[in-house]
Design a protein around this ligand. Structure first.
Ligand SMILES: Nc1ncnc2c1ncn2[C@@H]1O[C@H](COP(=O)(O)OP(=O)(O)OP(=O)(O)O)[C@@H](O)[C@H]1O
Length: 131
């Protein structure tokens, strides 16, 4: 029964799959405050990067940091919903699952912040020195 349902769900086109992914992203932006904070931060980071004309390698790191943050936040939101669905009541494993997912987001956020400091610090110093 479950297998039939899975096969049936798989029979849609690639375009429809993309539309599901887009729906997921829009849902996260609407429902998750963290997602809106990431969106705003990403906008600021992109403006600063254009302003400083960062190198191609630096762009790669920044784009992967932004994309990675969004991806991880989406996965975190998915895990939160699955946990709430599987365990609407308080349970130590539900807590662990949510805290582990939040930990994954935190690790990447710290790493991205460190990369941002390493990349922008020399540009800010130069700006302060030469105006
Ligand atoms: N069913 C549960 N059983 C035990 N602890 C839970 C349960 N649901 C949530 N918690 C604990 O409460 C915390 C907050 O849960 P919540 O569902 O609000 O996620 P959140 O991390 O605040 O989400 P967001 O990233 O949207 O801020 C979790 O990190 C977890 O420690």
């Amino acid at each position: 029964m479950n297998m039939d349902l899975h096969d049936k769900r798989k029979s849609h086109s690639l375009l429809i799959s993309f539309s599901f992914a887009l729906t997921g992203i829009l849902t996260a932006i609407k429902q998750e405050r963290n997602m809106r904070i990431h969106l705003l931060s990403a906008g600021v980071v992109l403006i600063i990067s254009f302003y400083f004309s960062i190198t191609k390698t630096e762009w790669l790191i920044i784009l992967f940091a932004i994309g990675g943050m969004f991806s991880l936040e989406l996965i975190n939101s998915a895990i939160e919903r699955v946990v709430d669905l599987a365990s609407p009541e308080i349970h130590p494993l539900a807590k662990q699952a949510k805290d582990l997912a939040a930990g994954a987001v935190f690790v990447f956020a710290v790493l991205s912040f460190a990369a941002g400091v390493l990349i922008y610090f020399p540009y800010i110093l130069k700006l302060l020195k030469y105006g």
